[in-house]
Write a protein that binds this ligand. Structure first.
Ligand code: DU
Length: 224
């Protein structure tokens, strides 16, 4: 099973010593509310449907979210927003994501990230993103993606870089913005969304309605 194999490779990756140390450090210190939980504390694999036509590309696991639960966007506020929206749009079987064994299943949708480790200050370095690129490349290789959804500007840039190296996009680099759409070759589309982080949702830069609109658009593109 290539999807499972890729996930095992990602989890076993130790290319970035700074990130591995950080993931493990967080797992040791923990957050008070989670002091009785066993933290995952290592790279977080891809999650979802190995036949997904919709691929979400986030930034990196949250220290006490995915780095704790071991599943993308699971156990934090960003995930609450994301899975609620995915469920409303019919890409997820349930509204909530709490632990890696909560029964959540994605349909026609998968989630990856530009960086698979929780980075200090939520900011992976350029070198760390470059180290992680092989996993993104292999994820692109395996999934029959029709629609790439970038959650944030860094995901947008990473998708474009990968797409351009495959000859799926040429010419001027498109600008990131909420709802921005880029036509790629063979009917593939890149769609951009603001990231559902608290920085955006608390400030009202990203509203629930704006986020739902993205998934309505996604549905429309997949049905076209
Ligand atoms: O055991 P498995 O069917 O390979 O699924 C592993 C993992 O992936 C499980 O947490 C559900 C999720 N998943 C999914 O979300 N959507 C699918 O279509 C298949 C698996």
């Amino acid at each position: 099973d290539p999807w499972e194999q890729l996930n095992t490779q990602i989890t076993n990756c130790r290319r970035c010593p700074r990130l591995i140390a950080h993931c493990e450090h967080i797992a040791t210190v923990k957050r008070k509310a989670f002091r009785d939980s066993q933290y995952w504390g290592q790279p977080v694999p891809n999650f979802g449907d190995p036949q997904a036509r919709l691929l979400l590309v986030g930034l990196a696991p949250a220290a006490h979210g995915a780095n704790r639960t071991g599943r993308m966007f699971t156990g934090d506020r960003s995930g609450d927003w994301l899975y609620r929206a995915l469920h409303r749009a019919g890409f997820a079987n349930q509204l909530t994501a709490t632990t890696a064994d909560d029964g959540l299943i994605l349909k026609d949708c998968a989630i990856t990230a530009v960086c698979h480790c929780a980075p200090p200050q939520n900011k992976p370095t350029t070198d760390e993103i470059a180290n992680c690129r092989d996993w993104l490349t292999e994820t692109f290789e395996q999934l029959p993606v029709r629609l790439f959804l970038a959650l944030g500007q860094i995901g947008f840039k990473a998708i474009l870089k990968e797409a351009r190296s495959r000859g799926w996009h040429a010419g001027k680099l498109p600008k990131f913005g909420h709802g921005a759409q880029v036509e790629l070759t063979d009917g593939r589309v890149l769609l951009a969304s603001y990231h559902p982080s608290q920085q955006n949702t608390f400030t009202g830069r990203l509203t629930e309605e704006m986020f739902d609109d993205i998934f309505t658009t996604a549905r429309g593109i997949l049905q076209a």
